[in-house]
Design a binder for this molecule. Sequence first.
Ligand code: SAH
Length: 454
Amino acid sequence: MKFKAPVVKNETYTGTVTDLTYQGMGVIKIDKYPIFVDNTLPGEEIHFRVIKVSKTYAFGKPINWIKTSPDRVEVKDKQYTQTGIAPLQHLAYPAQLKFKQHQIEELLQKEHLEIPVLDTIGMETPYHYRNKAQVPVRELHGTVETGFYKRGSHNVVPIEDYYIQDPKLDEAIIVLRDIIRKYHIKPYDEATKKGIVRTVMVRRGYYSHEMMVVLVTNGKKLPIKEQLVEDIRAALPEVKSIFQNINAEDTNVLLGRENRKLWGADTIEDQLLGLDFAISPSSFYQVNPQQTEKLYASAIEQAGLTGNETVIDAYSGIGTISLAMASHAKKVYGVEVVSSAVQDAKLNAAKNGIENAEFVVEKAEIQMKKWAEDGLDPDVLVVDPPRKGLAPEFIEATGEMKPKKIVYVSCNPATLVRDITLLKDQGYNVNQPIQPVDQFPQTTHIESITVLSR
Ligand code: SAH
């Protein structure tokens, strides 16, 4: 039987939005067939045009609104939706917080897990928060541009105001773009794999105001380095460190393996919860410093430490959670796969006079097995994995080691819910509500803390 979608490309229809996907698109259903429409909200009735049809779903574009949602706010700039910089910009901030709470609830329900989810802890000023910019550099119509990829493509949309970044980073990106223009340094071309500068990354400490600039290049070659350094320092006095990162691979991964210091310090510093942290170019560092303090404070509180506990912090990065917990615990062990991040963590322990924290470079799933074999008997296990969640071997090792409590910091509720189910099989239950903390206002990303116990 030949399938026939109930809608036709380029035709217009009328419909009511019934749901919002995890990517922030409105859902309209015609005969149970879903059509995803950007910039629409549940309850809204719209005329829309169908722009793409596939077997199981279609995409539409709104033409006009018959009824709008009370949660709708004015769109700042439609490019923020197109590029995915701020896909929830049309949704009032309190409704964004509800949306995130609801996304976790829905995923739990699908797995028949009856776990309550608290209100999302939001941000007072939910924009201009990011402490890191990573921006592609491309040539468009003969001019060097910095901006953002149009969603689902690698076409750069030139942008100067990124809305969710520290405005000082926006300024720095313009300065760097203009320096690249001035010296006619060729931007990378994805089609020919030629050109020099691929990406510019800039970090700025929220408290320290120290800046690090990283020029990501398509190979070792970077002409007139001294001149570049001189110009960057003259235009951006907050810059404390300038690196070249070499990424010659045909990949979407932004940073390559090799960092070459062009000038200044090896790291920049910032503070979190009153502790000092050094951050090197390849280390992960939470992008929303104000919310990170709330996230960690909540994680520490939920860990219920009294000063006598042994803690494992898996996926420990530069040691932020480990060191924030160290003064509340007897001993903290951190494990992290990026060796420069572990170097930072060791330096950070020393910087803060913390002597009861130890860090190892290893894959968390391997180190957990080793620790289990060595008879390490932690009271609390903190995990803060990347989006793909915990490895099966990690969960197995946790089952062998049997820590009383697991504090799971998650940046992806889909893998969180999967892992809760797997940890249940190892004897763990969730007995307190999940706490979402909004680390990424205006976007669909969802961060949360879950406590599991035996
Ligand atoms: N807890 C830290 C870092 C969290 S981000 C903080 O809040 O700042 C996740 C970290 O996991 C990153 O530093 C990443 O390098 C690391 N990572 C990714 N895969 C890993 C693995 N298999 N084993 C150990 N660490 C890993």
